[in-house]
Design a protein around this ligand. Structure first.
Ligand SMILES: [Zn+2]
Length: 415
């Protein structure tokens, strides 16, 4: 024995058991080949208790105790498909396996046929998976084994269950059948209409767009494209409104972006534009998805609408009323324009030449003249100041005629 002393190792250093297969099988025969006779013959470590401690990346830790000796050690087994690295915390000098490792391995393999213990505890195997996803498995740990039962809802588990579905699928696909239809699975889209507004480049116009709906199907969450041809499949049965949209776009392209400039250039074209808006307004009111959007450049209509510059609006039947207030401020008069909806003056509205936006409502103005006069007053900064020494002149030149066309409320502001 003394001669073999140099062969001894400390039991806490890994000892490699070479398996006689590539599939994690350990038999008693192989265990015996890896232990000295005196270890195999020891009786005090025949009856042991074993407790699972941990399993991570195929490294299994077990607590091994002998009730007889009242001793306990920690065993570490690194599981490979054709070898096991075994170490024991006892740190005793041994040639091969220490008596604790020998006893534990004999218990888990327990017969001349493999028990499947190491295959089950392999890295990425069922026990590891179950410990990681406990709520999907039932785990039962006994002295010598870990039983794992999957929830039925899981069916077969890829890489875990005995079957290899990918292999079977590929094999079955060799059978005759018809190929899948070449239709891309796409999200639900719907026809929407965008009220395109520009600060000064163009008068407002209306353009259909293919929108991607949200899960509930009640609002666009994005857009696929602008629709600019009457034969687009999205326009099925919507020809009347779309023809008007396309015509409107065509006319707006020929006009400058303000009513004042458009009226100076070609008033009949401008009137045609407004007429089209009046015709399209009740039609677009019936559409489920109408959004206000910003128009920059015509070539951008080749791209898809940007969701970030759109917001949904309700098309209102109400025609905004235009009124004036002439307020005596002492040294001067202030002539102020008000836009009324249901007799209440709007504050913080968004003027888009022919359309007024207020909160989530869109109002088409009652006439080109209303639109033009609002445009002018916006340009003036909201009101006109007339000093009293100029008032007679102003009254004669403009106010009388303005009063014939618009209600002018006159009052004095108390100082
Ligand atoms: Zn030991």
């Amino acid at each position: 024995m003394e001669n073999n002393h140099h062969n001894h190792r400390c039991a806490d250093q890994p000892y490699i058991i070479q398996l006689d297969n590539d599939y994690y099988c350990l038999t008693q025969e192989v265990i015996n080949q890896n232990a000295e006779l005196k270890i195999i013959r020891r009786k005090d470590w025949r009856q042991i208790k074993q407790k699972f401690l941990s399993l991570e990346n195929g490294v299994l830790k077990l607590a091994v105790t002998s009730p007889e000796n009242k001793e306990g050690f920690e065993l570490t087994i690194k599981i490979g498909k054709d070898k096991l690295h075994v170490s024991c915390s006892c740190g005793q000098p041994v040639e091969k396996l220490c008596s604790h490792a020998y006893a534990a391995l004999s218990h888990v393999s327990y017969s001349h046929v493999d028990s499947g213990f190491f295959e089950k505890h392999r890295a990425g195997g069922p026990v590891e998976l179950a410990l990681k996803h406990r709520k999907h498995f039932r785990i039962r740990q006994t002295n010598y084994n870990t039983d794992v039962e999957q929830n039925e809802a899981l069916g077969s588990i890829y890489k875990i269950s005995a079957e290899d579905p990918p292999d079977s699928v590929i094999n079955l696909l060799k059978l005759k059948g018809t190929p899948a239809p070449k239709i891309a699975v796409k999200e639900e889209t719907a026809l929407s209409y965008l009220l395109m507004c520009s600060s000064w480049r163009t008068l407002p116009f209306l353009i259909p767009a293919e929108a991607v709906l949200n899960k509930a199907g009640n609002a666009p969450k994005g857009f696929v494209k602008y629709i600019q041809t009457a034969d687009d499949p999205m326009l099925n049965g919507e020809s009347a409104i779309c023809k008007k949209c396309f015509k409107l776009m065509e006319l707006v392209k020929q006009l400058p972006g303000t009513i004042e400039d458009a009226a100076e250039g070609n008033v009949s074209l401008l009137e045609e534009v407004f007429q089209l808006w009046k015709e399209v307004w009740p039609l677009v009111k019936r559409q489920p998805f109408v959004l206000k959007s910003e128009h920059w450049l015509w070539r951008l209509l080749k791209q898809k609408p940007r969701k970030s510059v759109t917001y949904p609006v309700n098309i209102s039947n109400i025609v905004p009323q235009v009124q004036f207030e002439l307020i005596d401020k002492g040294a001067y008069y202030r002539l102020q324009l008000n836009i009324l909806i249901n007799n209440a003056a709007l504050t913080n509205y968004d003027f888009c030449r022919l359309i007024i936006f207020h909160k989530d409502q869109a109002y088409l103005l009652g006439s080109l003249r209303d639109a033009a006069i609002i445009e002018l007053w916006n340009k003036l900064g909201g009101f006109l100041t007339v000093f009293k020494e100029h008032f007679d002149d102003f009254e004669e030149r403009a106010l009388f005629e303005l009063s014939d066309n618009y209600f002018v409320k006159k009052y004095s502001e108390n100082h």
